[in-house]
Design a protein around this ligand. Structure first.
Ligand code: SF4
Length: 248
């Protein structure tokens, strides 16, 4: 019993809070979900190395390696596979490693699971495939380390050149996405897996925003409200102290 005489929770209440906070990051063991056709490239997105995310403690941190996550739905973080009507996961028997480890009453198994090797884009694309080469070329030009280097020059006498360079990268990022959709007949949803979240969106983590008038792009400071950023992995909902055992 807890000090306030409540029974400690030791099982899932199926409240759905955890799944509504966002889908899991994927690890090597989760590759089987793609092999079995339970997951497609269009259902996941990549957070690239150096991208700003919120960690499990809600701190804003740059990722030290790329991770692939299951997408949200309805313009929210709620996992694509969470079914509100029945409060259940549509792939529960095959759910990813982080989901199997998550216990909202005990953070330790999830923290252990997050130490396992993450699945990478090249694991799924094949290291020498033509698409892997396109992904490498994009990363070589648009890495967050490279962008950070250019952003620093916005405060220097070279500010105009730096702003143009950033806009060139945003245009290149747009171009690569439309190229693979049109030329390779790729599902448009797969571009967030191949190239990560669009630079037009993530540039906001540098305090900037891209505006467009006709075909012309402009850089401007972004409004200073809190950014709604993805999390580096699954996050538990608040621990409930009592409930009826139902299983998931
Ligand atoms: S895969 Fe299933 S268990 Fe995991 S976050 Fe999505 S709905 Fe929840």
């Amino acid at each position: 019993m807890t000090p306030n005489n409540k029974v400690p929770q030791t099982y899932c209440l199926r409240c759905g809070t955890c799944c509504k906070k966002g889908g899991p990051a994927l690890h090597h063991e989760d590759r089987v979900l793609f092999d079995q056709g339970l997951l497609s490239w269009a259902q996941v997105y990549t957070l690239r190395r150096g991208e700003m995310v919120r960690d499990l403690d809600d701190r804003l941190v740059p990722l030290d390696q790329e991770i692939i996550k299951i997408k949200g739905r309805d313009r929210a973080w709620t996992c694509l596979f969470y079914e509100d009507a029945h409060k259940k996961c549509r792939i529960y028997p095959s759910r990813p490693v982080e989901c199997a480890a998550l216990k909202c009453w005990d953070p330790r198994p999830l923290r252990e699971a997050m130490k396992r090797p993450y699945l990478k884009r090249l694991d799924l694309l094949g290291r020498n495939s033509p698409l892997a080469q396109v992904v490498r070329a994009h990363e070589g030009r648009c890495s967050y380390q490279a962008i950070e280097g250019v952003v620093k020059h916005l405060e220097s006498p070279d500010a105009c050149k730096a702003a143009n360079h950033i806009l060139e990268l945003v245009s290149y990022d747009d171009f690569v996405r439309s190229f693979v959709i049109k030329r390779l007949n790729m599902d448009s949803g797969a571009t967030d897996f191949l190239f990560g979240r669009a630079l037009r969106v993530t540039i906001r983590t540098f305090g900037l925003q891209v505006k467009q008038e006709g075909d012309t792009l402009f850089l401007a400071p972004r409004p200073s409200h809190r950014l709604d950023l993805p999390r580096s992995g699954r996050q538990a909902g608040k621990t409930s102290q009592r409930g009826t055992k139902t299983g998931h």
